[in-house]
Design a protein around this ligand. Structure first.
Ligand SMILES: [Zn+2]
Length: 107
């Protein structure tokens, strides 16, 4: 399962990362959340809502090639940035595969 790496070292800080595919190296989107909290509490900002990560047997996979996703470029943000300002959608919705079409039609 995905998790923030080095979270102990970063501590309670807002971090951002790119959710990237190991196989085709395309980014699925950006994640913003607290390093010492679970990823389910993070916000997900998809690059392309037509290629949302897919839940395959409990593991998030690339929507293009079903490759394994990993967190790339984890970077600490300001300490007092409110998570709500990150926008996006709750990552938990992505994890459970509850795809609520945000304004776009599911063509
Ligand atoms: Zn891929």
């Amino acid at each position: 399962m995905l998790s923030w790496t080095n979270s102990r070292r970063i501590g309670h800080r807002l971090v951002s990362a790119t959710l990237r595919c190991r196989q085709c190296s395309r980014p699925a989107g950006d994640l913003v959340g607290f390093a010492d909290r679970s990823l389910g509490e993070a916000r997900f900002l998809p690059v392309d809502t037509g290629y949302m990560p897919v839940n395959l047997a409990g593991e998030l996979r690339c929507a293009r090639c079903t490759g394994q996703l990993f967190l790339d470029d984890i970077e600490a943000l300001g300490k007092n940035v409110p998570l709500d300002e990150a926008g996006g959608i709750p990552f938990e919705q992505v994890i459970v595969g509850d795809r609520e079409p945000a304004g776009t039609s599911a063509a």
